[in-house]
Design a binder for this molecule. Sequence first.
Ligand code: F6R
Length: 632
Amino acid sequence: MINMKTNDDRTGFEKLSTTVFSEISMAIQSLAGEIASLIRERADKGQTVVMGLATGSTPVPLYRELIRMHREDKLSFENVITFNLDEYYPLEPGHPESYHRFMHEQLFDHIDIPADNIHIPCGNCSREEVFGKCADYEAAIEAHGGIDIQILGIGRTGHIGFNEPGSSLSSKTRLVTLDSITRSDAAKDFLGESNVPRHAITMGIGSILAARKIYMLAWGRSKAEILRKAVEEDPQESVPASFLQSHGNVHVITDEAAAVELTRNKYPWLVGFPEWTAGLIRRAVSDLSLKLGKPLLKLVDKDYQENGLADLVTEHGPAYNLNIKVFNELQHTITGWPGGKPHTDDQHRPERAEPAHKRVVVFSPEPLDDMLAMAGTLNRLVTQGHEVTVAYLTSGNLGVPDGEVRSVSELILEAGYSDPDSLAVKVSNDLEQKGAFDQDSASIRKLKGIVRRNEARASLEICGLRSCNVKFLDLPFYEHGKYRQFTTGKDDVSIVKALLEEKLPHQVFFTGASADPSSVNSKSFEVMKEAVEQLADESWITDCYFWQYATGNKEWEVDQIDMAVPCSPDELAKKIQSIYQHRSQMSQVPLMQSKHKEIWEQTQDRNRDTASRYDSLGLAEYEAIECFGKWK
Ligand code: F6R
């Protein structure tokens, strides 16, 4: 889907040199290779290398590769001096979420860097000391001759370091207030948004721009919009990363998912002469229709010519031919029969008519992902007589606030089940001893998992699915891991593989292909993909259709939709009711105090928005639409 043309003219759009890699591992190998060469070159001359380092999920694969190079390729870090971008404030270095701890766990403890060479802003100095400490930090960078290579990630607000929107071009290391989006992104790590510190100490934009070479990395679909702004829009305070454009030696490295919004990928006809594949034609024509606010069938040649699509209309026109082609294609994505309409001509339907009763497996990374994306579709699959199994890859127990299990355990105790060996008693004892930021004990995690199982069953029941058709796989990568630091393995794959071998499905629904690589969704996808690859030679798998639902709250673009399942107003209401069963996942902040919409509201908006896009294109007007892309 991504256009990787090299003979295009991006200069008018991309103001930062950007390389898109099809595999993150390839990007990492090339960057780690360059860092290693510089370290060795300087070591040979008895010189040091000064590295500016970031935390968060983005640089983790780079740190893993550097550790591997240290272990296997004898890369020494004795001549490396590091300066980290930032630290939460106030926060003790030993706190599980401190960047001090993160850096030691993710890198420093595994390489031979001398302790004195490591610099991280202080999170636990007093308010009175902050100013002086920040000035000392700047002075220390200068004393070491400045930063040779600066590694950056980008936040969804466009921040680099913790320079939130509004930070100035010349800002230096200082105390800042975190944006509410940044705090909500960190909420999972801190086991709740209210635990996330409100402040941080960060190197300034001016300090970052003083580095000799800068690499900004971005992975996953959730970074795509902000990355485009940073790379393609003029430098502006509302997108701090865009200030990198004033530096002559910045290299942006991304995967395909983070690059989808770049003009070269989204509107390739504006930067060159793309090959007009059916998919690209669909994108160009539907985009034109939505942009002009004109239904597909009313577009005329002039509309194409005046909007950068003269080539298309010349090669594949006239307009009416293109219009009707795309109109028909989109019309054929719509179906009220997501499992196929039995005993009908299925030539123009997204799913096969036969077998009339299909075996369907729906994979959901955590309970609720399935409901948000496809509760209406699930309901139809069940009522239309298919054998549906919903498999939750992980228990989702990390997402349950302590308050939820506290009330559950109290309820059980009050009902008289107070045997000292019972789970409820263990949980209430463990909660009593648990400090605000301590990890959950095994008993607490177990009960949190039970809470989510119950919610999932109640939710599926509304969609007509009986609990015997629900599988909780509790994959080990999640049960033994923590957010952003999951590592999948053979055990995970064999569990998923065994389920597929048991069910031999005709249809599989799944998600996570373009999610942030460190997320539960992405790890779940990784496991499912590996399982499917191992089964690739089985005859049933070649007959199986794989339907992807979108991750998070970002819906597919019209041209990515292969199946659109409408929901009536009643079906949408039922969907909201089923989402509502996931009580532990509802906002913990009273709505009056939050601009944030509840998840069921976001889902309702998302499904209504898809319906209104179909309507604007001149197709039928539905209340809401759930949609899927076919995995090829
Ligand atoms: C962390 C930092 C931040 C992160 C950004 C992206 O030191 O400076 O700017 O790079 O918030 O975070 P992740 O990588 O977790 O998506």
